[in-house]
Design a protein around this ligand. Structure first.
Ligand code: FPP
Length: 235
């Protein structure tokens, strides 16, 4: 188990793109566009700061309920990001992986995701994990279904089910749990993000809208994290 000051994995809920745009009298998509630039800046910064895993909540299963216009702008930005931005990230030795329900996404997007994962599997500088069409309850339900199937087939018995086995059935199977979860924009909730994995995570909520987030603020949050005492239920 990690000690108090170990910071291997940061997960981020990138919130506030819409409000950032509204404040400036711009369409919501302008906020997402600026948000996508910040994704690049923060990924680079995390690598420079020695973070091993960075998980970004790019699109939740609930986001499908947004207007068709907004969903297609987000998918457009995503295509662009997968095509060009991630290429640069990949060339910098970053392993890229995705968590979420791929069946919901367009086939061309899934194809690019699979290729990026395959092409970067040997990269060791940092892992960038993008949560796309991701919902944590569904992830947990999927894990329960897989385990139920193993029991039904007689491969395991109910007593064999433990925390490790359950964790191994999640999308995040080979990743450490997040040490720190950051949410921007002043909202203070978890929004169906990494519910299982967040059991002992530290939380940091900042009022900054995601498009205004930057490396300096990330560094300040990391400094705050290192002053916290993590007890994992011990005294
Ligand atoms: C929240 O802002 C943000 C999202 C819906 C997802 C994050 C998307 C990006 C950062 C842009 C695209 C990302 C990639 C990886 C290309 P919001 O619309 O909920 O803001 P609001 O709460 O102010 O309305």
């Amino acid at each position: 188990m990690a000690d108090d000051t170990t910071l291997r994995h940061i997960a981020v809920i990138m919130d506030g793109n819409g409000r950032w745009a509204q404040k400036k009298g711009l369409p919501r998509v302008a906020g997402h566009r600026k948000g996508a630039e910040v994704v690049k800046e923060i990924t680079r910064a995390a690598g420079e700061l020695g973070v091993e895993f960075l998980t970004l909540y790019a699109f939740s299963t609930e986001n499908w309920k947004r207007s068709q216009d907004e969903v297609s702008s987000l998918m457009g930005l995503l295509r662009q990001y997968l095509k060009s931005d991630l290429k640069e990230i990949q060339d910098n030795g970053v392993r890229i992986r995705f968590i979420g329900e791929r069946e919901m996404l367009d086939a061309d997007i899934v194809k690019m995701m699979n290729k990026l994962e395959r092409d970067t599997v040997g990269n060791t500088k940092m892992t960038l994990c993008i949560a796309l069409s991701y919902g944590s309850r569904q992830e947990i339900v999927n894990a329960a279904q897989k385990i139920a199937m193993l029991v039904k087939r007689g491969d395991i018995s109910p007593e064999d089910v433990d925390v490790k086995m359950f964790s191994d059935m999640l999308y995040t199977r080979d990743m450490p749990d997040p040490d720190l979860i950051i949410r921007t924009s002043g909202e203070q909730r978890i929004s169906n993000y990494l519910l299982w994995q967040a059991a002992y995570s530290e939380f940091f909520f900042t009022p900054t809208f995601w498009p205004d987030f930057n490396k300096t603020e990330l560094e300040a949050i990391i400094k705050n994290f290192s002053s916290r005492e993590r007890r994992y239920g011990k005294n």
